[in-house]
Design a protein around this ligand. Sequence first.
Ligand code: NDP
Length: 446
Amino acid sequence: MNKNLADIYDKLVSSYPEQKEYLQAAKEILSTLSPVADAHPEYVKEKLFERFVEPERIVCFRVSWVDDKGEVQVNHGYRVQFNSAIGAYKGGLRFHPSVNLSILKFLGLEQVLKNSLTGLPIGGGKGGSDFDPKGKSDREVMAFCQAFMTELYRHIGEFTDVPAGDIGVGGREIGYLYGQYKRITQRNDGVLTGKGLTFGGSLARTEATGYGLCYFGSRALQTIKKDSFAGKTVIISGSGNVAIYACQKATELGGKVVSMSDSNGYVYDPEGIDLALVKEIKEVRRGRIKEYAEAKNSAEYHEGCRGIWGVPCDIALPCATQNEIDLDDAKKLLANHVMAVFEGANMPCTLEASRYLIENKVVFGPAKAANAGGVATSGFEMSQNASRESWTFAEVDAKLKTTMERIFDDVYKTACKYGDEYDLLLGANVAGFEKVADAMHRQGIV
Ligand code: NDP
């Protein structure tokens, strides 16, 4: 790492020693930006790199609500408004007990580069709460969402900050959040994306991240290996929104998905995953992946979600959460001759794991590029809301595919220019950063 960038990282370590995920993301990004620092001494002088890794603003608030037993519950709420150089803050809300500032700052920082790569005028942000929707009744989820929005509404807006979903925040939660926003403000604007189709949502938004991941993956396999998903064995971690639609598209493209998981364990089905059954369990019953093996004779269930990386495969799609593949898991994948890993989740590979895969010439699609289809389609939802239009599924899907292929091409070109065609991580960081840096430079010291 360039000395100046290394000093910035050291300063972050001393300022935020406990924020491990944020430091991990900052290190991963700064360690690839030396070519930009060398080419732009004015950025160094303007302390642009220091400014880039610090959020513009963080809002923290209390969320008080009443559960079904009549007891008062108190959770923490956050919105990290990371960078607005190229447009309004945009990024999801995560509801999960593990949520804290470190996780939201890492997600926000990644989001800035991801949103830049989409080519749309959207800045980066992220938010959420340590509230756990799992096991809560619909009424409890609604009470929480209403309390959360009662504080958040004053910090967001169509032209300032447009949140969306993430882990634990799907169509149900976005509906409740939007209802409360509208009740307080009397405004029917595109302040949230991922809305229901009857009140401003976009067709194909639900499918977008998983589909986009496979469009990116197809382009990468075709360009680097002259190959495709056809006939490949695929494993997918998670069984939430991203995992389900990645499974659908990978199967449509000719792959055979044999394994999926949740935070308790994974299923292995050599006949190929029956996605209708997974959707029934996860989307209708809100059940556990274990129930898949109970319903299907050809499938086995294994306790412990990490075991999935030992299942032999050609293509791995981590679609659950951060740091789910460490160096040992990456070694297991390679020992089983994996040819490609495309990140559907945010930062699912540790820095050591991603470096190991890249050095061993595995086609590695970094999250900020490979999973950008969700936010790109959120951008399409904002366009439809602003123009009072509804595009067809086919129109949105076609735009999504073109966007993901263009993102791959930009990232690949940048990777080749600065080093190695397999280093798509460097390619994504540099390509995403260049646009934000130019905007920050032109807007002066703010
Ligand atoms: P969902 O809540 O729909 O699903 C999350 C899945 O991951 C569930 O199967 C869940 O299992 C599993 N999971 C969550 N936490 C853990 C954990 N600590 N260990 C193991 N498994 C875990 O979320 P999404 O599918 O929306 O998001 C998945 C990932 O994709 C996240 O990293 C998110 O940031 C990223 N992403 C999502 C986008 C979107 O459009 N939704 C856009 C871009 C990125 P369980 O039910 O047991 O908790």
